[in-house]
Design a protein around this ligand. Sequence first.
Ligand SMILES: *[C@@H]1O[C@H](CO)[C@@H](O)[C@H](O)[C@H]1NC(C)=O
Ligand SMILES: *[C@@H]1O[C@H](CO)[C@@H](O)[C@H](O)[C@H]1NC(C)=O
Ligand SMILES: *[C@@H]1O[C@H](CO)[C@@H](O)[C@H](O)[C@H]1NC(C)=O
Ligand SMILES: *[C@@H]1O[C@H](CO)[C@@H](O)[C@H](O)[C@H]1NC(C)=O
Length: 457
Amino acid sequence: MEATGRTALWVCSVLFVLTEVSSKLINIPSLVHHGIEGKSLLLSVETHFPLDEVEIQGTWSHTKLSGTRTTLVTFTKDVSIPNMVYSDNLVFRKPNVSLLIQKLNQDDEGDYHLSLNIKFHNKTGLVIKEERTVHVTVDVPVSSPVIAKSPSYAVIEDKANVTWTCSVKRGTRVAFQWLRDNVPLAPSERYHFTHDNSTLLISPVRKEDKGTYRCAVSNPVSQSRDSRSVELNVYYGPYNLEVNSGQGLRTGEVFTINPGELVFFDCQADSNPPNSYVWISKNRNATQIITEGPRLEVRSYRLAQAEEYLCRAFNNVTQKQDEAQFTLVVASLGTGKEKHTQDGGSLSQLAAIAVSSFFIFGCMLLFFLRKTCHPKRVLMSIYNRPFAEQKRPHRSGHEDATEDFGIYEFVSIPGKMESTQVSSRSLSRLESIQDMHTTIYDVIRHVPETPSHSLLK
Ligand SMILES: *[C@@H]1O[C@H](CO)[C@@H](O)[C@H](O)[C@H]1NC(C)=O
Ligand SMILES: *[C@@H]1O[C@H](CO)[C@@H](O)[C@H](O)[C@H]1NC(C)=O
Ligand SMILES: *[C@@H]1O[C@H](CO)[C@@H](O)[C@H](O)[C@H]1NC(C)=O
Ligand SMILES: *[C@@H]1O[C@H](CO)[C@@H](O)[C@H](O)[C@H]1NC(C)=O
């Protein structure tokens, strides 16, 4: 038991020493190389052992991407045997372990494997084996990209797709990028890229796709290169149609102008190609084309009469049109009409303030009056009986109290104002003036002089 334990410990320490030693014996600074076709590539190996104290024996071999493996060179400190097939392109100078490939071509891609045995003279024949693998890619620098568009002619918004292609004659592992007006484009709902980004499909084309396109290419061994710029023209519109005038006073879609003043109206819409414009006047039912072109001239004397106008914009390529209607009112705006339009805002604000102040003041006044005067405090419903009263000029007592029944509001009568009117009728028949403070219940209570059956008649 003790013996096995000791053996294990010994093995461990030897392994530790070996790994410690081997990690220092050789070093390859870079295990991945991006070579350029036609250029040389040095697979550099640093050795950290005294050559005169060791014997070495090693090989460099190459595994292509396809998987075939060939030995390139076998060497010792004193001899090297290169593979005849590759010897022209490889430089190996014993005892230097580095391998130089003189002129890279794409066949040289793959893994380069170094296997090295190092035998120390003074360490009881200890042989240490070193192995390293270096990965090499060989890239071809990219040539100038060529951009193409399909279709080559201008397209109509929403009705066409556009395909952009970018191609390079030479170049490996090419990365493609697309730019419109110098802004990089990314995949979206309408922007579709092929897996390598070399093709961009815009489906469907929209107004905002209009612009100057180019593609840029790069790869690990070349700087980015741009194609020439190509314009994409998209027919669209009309959009955002509006009518404006430098003169008159505008309120929403109503223009107010001075009588006899010559006024210009301009119709504008966003459209490609530019719209054709038609101005139409609408009188009751009849519509009439007045003029064509973006500008309308109007001079009117017909005071206080609203005239309806219409600007119609038509894009003869997209076959779409839009209309804007407005009303013209002739009214005297005064001489300083420019001032008018400018001050229009503040004037209307002032007016609004004045009106609201009056309104608030009026409300307060009304409230105050209500509080002091108690209007309509008495709402005894005697209105339905003025005829009956006239027929009975003379009354005394409560012989006719049935007539006093009716809808009475729940009120008290505090003072003079309405008491006169009330007393002339009902209060005279009530016992005293104190009853003026009574309510509907009092009126009923005072009635009983009349037999109750008279009510039932
Ligand atoms: C081995 O050769 C390469 C070039 O062939 C050189 O750069 C390097 O310094 C050499 N190493 C030694 C130890 O001479
Ligand atoms: C545009 O592409 C869509 C599919 O993305 C297709 O359905 C449509 O027919 C194409 N339009 C034209 C005009 O080619
Ligand atoms: C306008 O048209 C309606 C029917 O469309 C008709 O009844 C009316 O008389 C017309 N008015 C004028 C002023 O032409
Ligand atoms: C469209 O209208 C413009 C003028 O606005 C005219 O020059 C052009 O020929 C028209 N195109 C077609 C296809 O009608």
